[in-house]
Design a protein around this ligand. Structure first.
Ligand code: HXC
Length: 516
């Protein structure tokens, strides 16, 4: 072959690889409202920055008719590029080649990209759009999945891992995204389930549509498998670009320090309006977040799941922080099984990636009820305590109003290692609310009184003023500072700055045993 022939051959082979499954299958993909793997990469990655890796990989199995099939890239495109200027490694399953199904070489290609993400300290992003295990390849396919799960697990806590589900993701395939830090879905496009509607109908007799079973809605609202959903693929990619701008590339780096877009000395007198003194009155804690942190910097994660706790990233004078905030607008902010799981997983992410945690506290306790008890609130609530106790990043709590019982310990307990606990003057800290406490410890006085109701009210007030005030906790050093609401923002900034150089170590061990 002459040099020119070799170059022409290269050109043809490259074009063939880039054409994936060919025009008809690309058309079919578009007709389903989906982009192709390469179109997705072009939209996610900074223009001109994508470098494909292992472009010419082909499937090598000849069984069950595969010998006649050409499998460019073996159903996946991998490589590296920049997102918002930051290097990432990625894979995008190519549904136009054998339905993006995962066979031996497809899996090997994905795992190689995962390993290079870890070796280069770069976030890993995977786009899933696949018919699952390549049926013809049997054990090779299963082995390939196992390798990907293991690579996900080893990368966990080393580089941020993001999964974007943009098509079917069924059977064991769902477990790779589930191991990663963030799962994003698009309405009407993404579907995740262990077994689809037909298998469910055959096994349990339940009738359910694909969307109601495994669409973005149920996974964002009920199962908590997905962290956010979008109406279009483009919206999802823009969100990921923003998310990455808050995060370090790996566990050895600090989160990027942005220039502050908001006055660090800004006063927050509006907190007095936002947080009502009446502890039965609800309010939206997002308004507190909007007041304290850099304007418009809050990036909420898991917004629709367990809305009684709000978690997400924000900037505080340009520094990335992770916020965990009780939400009185839902279920009076009680901690539930789902809220505990949500907050614990978020705190563990923050801790792994050097993001300080700020807890905004207004919580009456854990939710009473047979469902919660039998669902394992003890086991799930323990995850939150464990995650906080284990986290070595700076931990700051601001008690806005109620902080009762075990919920106080998990949200603001110096006992769990919070470094700085602040409280507004109206904060109430106790084993339980004043009504319940008065009924128990002053029952005899109340029953013996001429006017039991008046006596009850009096005892409640006495209890609030003598036991629950933040100055009692401050007297013991369990609240470090009682602050004026107008100083909320400046006090949080000072707290995070004073702790920026914090170093703390856990006792040497292989790993702990998180109560799962
Ligand atoms: C091999 C597959 C495939 C698979 C799809 N294809 N899934 N090839 N193995 N798992 C091929 C099809 O044969 C077809 O090839 C092409 O991909 C496009 O598929 P269509 O069916 O035409 O697409 P569509 O109508 O959009 O349907 C998509 C689908 C359907 C719903 C995903 O393909 C499907 O049900 N696939 C099987 C899903 C499944 O049961 N997978 C195994 C799950 S169990 P041609 O050549 O005709 O274009 C599993 C275990 C993993 O994954 C365990 C890991 C631990």
């Amino acid at each position: 072959m002459s040099r020119q022939d070799a170059i022409n051959d290269l050109k043809n082979r490259r074009e063939a690889a880039h054409a994936g499954g060919g025009e008809a299958r690309i058309k079919a993909q578009h007709e389903k409202g989906k982009l192709t793997a390469r179109e997705r990469i072009a939209k996610l990655i900074d223009p001109g920055s994508f470098v494909e890796h292992q472009t010419y990989i082909l499937g090598r199995s000849n069984d069950f008719g595969l010998a006649d099939k050409h499998t460019p890239g073996d159903g996946v495109v991998t490589g590296t590029g920049r997102v918002g200027g930051r290097q990432i490694w990625m894979s995008a399953q190519d549904f136009t080649v054998l339905g993006g199904s995962l066979g031996e070489m497809n899996a090997r290609r994905i795992a190689e990209a995962q390993h290079l993400a870890v070796k280069t300290g770069s976030p890993f992003i995977q786009i899933n759009d696949s018919g699952g295990a390549r049926i013809q390849e049997g054990i090779l396919s299963l082995h390939g999945y196992g390798e990907i799960f293991r690579a996900n697990t080893l990368a966990s806590g080393v580089v941020p891992q993001i999964s974007i589900i943009l098509g079917p993701c069924a059977g064991g395939a769902v477990y790779s995204p589930a191991i990663t830090d963030f799962v994003f879905m698009v309405d009407g496009v993404s579907h995740m389930y262990i077994t689809g509607p037909e298998v469910i109908r055959a096994v349990t007799g339940e009738q359910v549509s694909q969307e109601d079973l495994g669409g973005a809605g149920p996974h964002c609202q009920k199962s908590g498998v997905a962290h956010r959903r979008f109406s279009t693929e483009q919206e999802c990619f823009s969100f990921i670009t923003k998310l990455l701008s808050y995060l370090p590339s790996n566990n050895r780096d600090l989160p990027p320090l942005a220039e502050s877009t908001d006055d660090p000395d800004r006063q927050t007198p509006e907190l007095e309006e936002i947080v009502p003194v009446d502890d039965h009155q609800a309010y939206d804690v997002r308004n507190v977040i909007g007041s304290l942190f850099d304007r418009d910097s809050f990036l909420e994660i898991h917004e629709e799941f367990a809305p009684n706790i709000v978690v997400g990233f924000a900037k505080l004078a340009g520094r990335t922080v992770g916020i965990m905030a009780n939400q009185p607008a839902h279920l009076a902010a009680v901690l539930t099984i789902d809220a505990s799981d949500k907050a614990a997983r978020f705190v563990r992410f923050c801790d792994a990636f050097n993001v300080p945690v700020i807890s905004l506290v207004d919580v009456p306790g854990f939710l009473p009820g047979v469902d919660q008890e039998h669902g394992g609130i003890i086991r799930h609530g323990a995850k939150l305590l464990y995650a906080i106790a284990e986290a070595t990043v700076p931990k700051v709590a601001l008690i806005l109003r109620k902080a009762y019982g075990g919920a106080f310990i998990s949200m603001a307990g110096k006992s769990l290692g919070y470094d700085r606990v602040l409280a507004l003057p109206i904060a109430q800290i106790a084993v339980m609310g004043a009504d319940g406490a008065a009924n128990i410890i002053f029952r005899k006085d109340i029953n013996a009184a001429e006017d039991p109701e008046a006596m009850r009210r009096q005892k409640i007030e006495e209890f609030k003023e003598s036991v629950m005030t933040p100055f009692v906790a401050a007297g013991y050093g369990y609240v470090d500072e009682v602050i004026h609401p107008a100083d909320g923002r400046t006090e949080l900034i000072r707290s995070v700055e004073m702790l920026a150089r914090k170093r703390d170590q856990l006792p040497a061990k292989k790993h702990g045993n998180l109560p799962l």
